[in-house]
Design a protein around this ligand. Structure first.
Ligand code: HEC
Ligand code: HEC
Length: 285
């Protein structure tokens, strides 16, 4: 019995030391300034269109997390972290005035680094956006730089005391293996599986998992299922699911953001369907 207590006490002491060390490391990482690991666009590509950017902000998920008017919200309020999706406009409480030009927006969106060099938490899915083409990014930034002002004052994201040891594991560090963006191929727009894979990597993977075999839905809701099955649905059924939130024979949970995907073009849906059809069906266990 004594021996057991000693072992437990030693274990407890070691765990405390570990937590303190990770906490100290986390505090320093929260204040670190990071180099951008790749290329940034300094000017908007020719043809960058804020109207197209506004549509892309819907289908790429920006509106879902930052709000339709980009005014932001408290995203997670938990003991380790207060996570706030910033008000991205130049209205009262907005952060847009801290962004001096396209390079600063690029750094935040594709590399997860703020203009002051500090890291953003990975709930901002820059790992996905790192694959975004310069042209699509240009549309988005043109929209962000001209978005109507929205007034909303919000607290800043905060790593709380309990979150410091978690931060010590490096969550605020920009993704390590990401060099120049875009990191993937950007195939021409068309009803091809290649273009479908590009779109899917920017947005569907966020919930359905990197290989689209299914995954947990960030922010809660039912599990997002694997998508190989829906790649075999008739195209009309797939379109109804994407645009109206109705899978064959049932209404889907609103955690599947069909209201935003209803803004996808026919070609985008054809490309996605073609891509899903290339996924291997999982064998029953
Ligand atoms: C799944 C939710 C989610 C999606 C989708 C998302 N964001 Fe974010 N975003 C966040 C969170 C959370 C933060 C705050 C992270 C932090 O403060 O550490 C953030 C931060 C940002 C910032 C930095 C703001 C600042 O404080 O300087 C910018 C810019 C941004 N997002 C733009 C975008 C754009 C553009 C899109 C769409 C292409 C997008 N986000 C999509 C969750 C999201
Ligand atoms: C924010 C999370 C989220 C994103 C992003 C998302 N989905 Fe979903 N999706 C879900 C959830 C959750 C369900 C399950 C809903 C239900 O069954 O009621 C679902 C269900 C589906 C279904 C029905 C599958 C079946 O077998 O019943 C299809 C098809 C689908 N999603 C396609 C897509 C495609 C294509 C994309 C990218 C363009 C995408 N989803 C992006 C969360 C998401």
């Amino acid at each position: 019995m004594r021996k057991l207590i000693k072992i437990l006490a030693l274990g407890g002491a070691l765990a405390t030391v570990f937590l303190v060390v990770m906490g100290v490391r986390g505090r320093s990482m929260a204040h670190s300034v990071y180099e951008t690991p790749g290329r940034l666009i300094e000017t908007l590509p020719e043809g960058s269109d804020p109207v197209e950017g506004e549509r892309l902000a819907s289908i790429y998920g920006c509106h879902e997390c930052h709000g339709d008017d980009l005014s932001g919200r408290v995203f997670i309020d938990a003991p380790p972290f207060l996570v706030v999706t910033a008000n991205l406009t130049d209205g009262v409480g907005g952060i847009a005035s801290e962004y001096r030009g396209p390079a600063d927006w690029d750094r935040a969106i594709r590399y997860r680094i703020r203009p002051d060099g500090r890291g953003l938490l990975p709930m901002m899915p820059s790992e996905n956006y790192h694959r975004m083409s310069d042209q699509d990014l240009g549309h988005l930034i043109a929209y962000l730089m001209s978005a109507p002002l929205a007034d909303r004052e919000l607290p800043r994201t905060e790593v709380r005391l309990m979150g410091l040891p978690i931060a010590g594991f490096g969550v605020l560090h920009p993704p390590r293996d990401q060099g120049d963006a875009p990191s993937g191929p950007t195939p021409p727009v068309g009803p091809t599986p290649e273009y479908g894979a590009y779109l899917s990597n920017l947005t569907c993977v966020e919930c359905h998992g990197d290989d689209l075999r299914g995954g947990p839905t960030p922010g809660g809701g039912p599990k997002a299922p694997g998508l190989a099955v829906s790649g075999r649905w008739r195209f009309e059924d797939f379109v109804r699911a994407m645009r109206e939130g109705r899978a064959p024979g049932r209404d889907m949970d609103p955690a599947m953001p069909s209201a935003y995907f209803s803004r996808m073009t026919d070609v985008e849906l054809q490309a996605l369907h073609a891509h899903l059809a290339t996924l291997e069906m999982e064998s029953p266990q």
